[in-house]
Design a protein around this ligand. Structure first.
Ligand SMILES: Cc1ncc(COP(=O)(O)O)c(C=O)c1O
Length: 483
């Protein structure tokens, strides 16, 4: 893995003596206290983790099926315009092909679809081992979704009724539902222009009941993990990284998900690697691992590994993944690093080409080398200008949208939370179990709403031919220069 770490501006004294490293800002490269790296400084070398022999394939090395589709549809495809109605990643998968079909066939023909009771040592065990190796952690538990991974992570940390968990106001609602699922209350914090949780607002939101922070690496962008870990250590809080949109990304040379006490990944249909629905919890902490293992499998008492657990059993659920999904994930994992590299390369090309061409800045990134590169975020000075931009580039057939229209990813639309209906039954409702009243309102995070309303997204595509990328860049540049 690249040892290069982002340059941070460490402010001397923050409230409660927590130093908050700042993110890169591509538009202000020479600030004395905040030396920023520009893409030109890092564009010439590969920044991905050294790949193991398993990771020696490239997207193009796999002959795609006819169902193999790309993140961004062909710009000449007339269906593109209707796809634009669907926010939040393409309605299509990134890369999937014959190898996944073969893997599924292999599992079905084996007659062993269950991970336990004969399936031990099979696809799931192997995927967990490979994912641990990739992320750089001791333990992985493959589960049925990113939501399940978040819930298992909180259970593993012993979070429960009476506890508060700080989450950002810009993330999929699942990040905030996970605390409720374990009886704790989500406390919503601002995101800053990096589109990730604002460390200063974390500090403002801490109470004596705060037990954990869930930073979310939204659209593949690493959160400010140095600042978050400093705060967590200072206040004795747990950190559960939500890397559901950032499979394989890194921060400071460490893979996302491996920096906090635990990390959660999603492999649903829209994620960087996918098996349709799936997830994984990672941790180096033996107790978090064991408690999550117990919780994810209500039948743990009947498994071979039960004797190795040092934690007492308690009632769990069923978030077990199956062998078919794990077999798909094992193939997807072989594609991951090459995809990330291709997307980051595209992103650098786009940023180099567009820098200085119009009235916008690029949203700052906390680690440009660990960014997954899925999304290019442009920050305008007003919502009107952002909308003019997205409208005009769409007219030229380029996919563009704004997080302001992302509905489910904005706290102001999280109805079950804003209305404090935390469970199906009042006796299980975290809001009713909480010792202190929390209040939510749609305008409680004005900074988040402001940043999202001025941000526009363009998308990379790991399999796009260079000439298509060039056409896309030229179209966007025309719009930016005319704004
Ligand atoms: C940031 C974030 N967290 C959590 C989740 C939940 O993942 P899943 O859909 O696999 O449950 C998602 C999924 O969209 C997500 O984007």
């Amino acid at each position: 893995m690249s040892p290069t770490k982002s340059n941070h501006n460490t402010q001397d004294v923050q409230p409660h003596d927590c130093a908050i490293p700042q993110s890169h800002d591509y538009t202000t490269p020479t600030l004395a206290k905040n030396p920023c790296r520009r893409y030109s400084e890092s564009a010439t070398h590969s920044t991905r983790c050294p790949r193991s022999p398993r990771h020696n394939s490239s997207p193009s090395a796999h002959k795609p099926l006819s169902i193999c589709t790309h993140l961004v549809p062909d710009y000449n495809d007339i269906d593109l315009m209707s796809d634009l109605e669907n926010w939040g990643g393409s309605e299509q998968m990134y890369i999937i092909g014959e190898e996944e079909v073969e893997a599924v066939r292999r599992v079905i023909e084996s007659g062993q679809l269950f991970r336990y009771r004969g399936g031990e040592g099979g696809e799931t065990d192997q995927f967990e081992h490979e994912w641990s190796e990739t992320i750089g952690v001791r333990h992985t538990i493959a589960v049925t979704s990113g939501t399940a991974a978040l819930i298992c992570g909180l259970v593993g940390m012993g979070i429960g009724p009476g506890d508060e968990v700080i989450v950002p106001g810009y993330t999929f609602i699942a990040t905030a539902l996970a605390p409720l699922a374990v009886g704790a209350v989500p406390i919503i914090a601002e995101v800053d222009t990096s589109l990730t949780i604002d460390p200063e607002d974390i500090i403002r939101k801490i109470t004596p009941r705060t037990k954990a922070i869930i930073p979310v690496h939204m659209v593949g962008l690493p959160s400010n993990m140095d600042a978050i870990m400093d705060i967590a250590h200072h206040y004795g809080l747990r950190v559960l990284e939500d890397a559901c949109q950032a499979d394989g990304g890194s921060y400071g040379g460490q893979r996302l998900g491996s920096i906090g006490d635990a990390g959660a990944f999603s492999f649903n249909h829209f994620k960087i690697i996918t098996c349709g629905e799936g997830g994984a919890l990672v941790t180096n902490d033996r107790d978090i691992f064991e408690r999550a293992l117990i919780f994810h499998d209500g039948g743990v008492a009947f498994r071979e590994h039960v004797d190795q657990l040092r934690n007492p059993l308690f009632a769990g659920m069923n978030f077990r993944i199956n062998e078919i999904l794990s077999a798909i994930l094992r193939v997807q994992l072989t594609r991951l690093d090459d995809m990330l590299e291709a997307m980051l390369r595209e992103k650098r090309t786009i940023i180099h080409a567009l820098e200085g061409t119009g009235p916008f800045t690029f949203n700052p990134i906390h680690d440009v080398e660990g960014d997954c590169g899925t999304t290019v975020a442009l920050l305008f000075d007003s919502e009107e200008r952002m909308r003019e931009f997205t409208q005009k580039v769409r007219e030229l057939g380029v996919r563009a949208d704004t997080p302001a229209d992302s509905g489910r990813h904005i706290y102001a639309n999280w109805e079950p939370i804003l209305t404090q209906r935390g469970a199906h039954h009042p006796a299980l409702d975290a809001f009713k179990l909480a010792p202190a009243t929390v209040t939510y309102s749609p305008d409680m995070c004005p900074q988040t709403l402001d940043v999202l309303s001025r941000t526009a997204y363009l998308y990379t595509n790991p399999t796009r031919p260079p000439e298509e990328l060039q056409s896309m860049i030229e179209a966007v540049e025309v719009v930016l220069r005319a704004l």
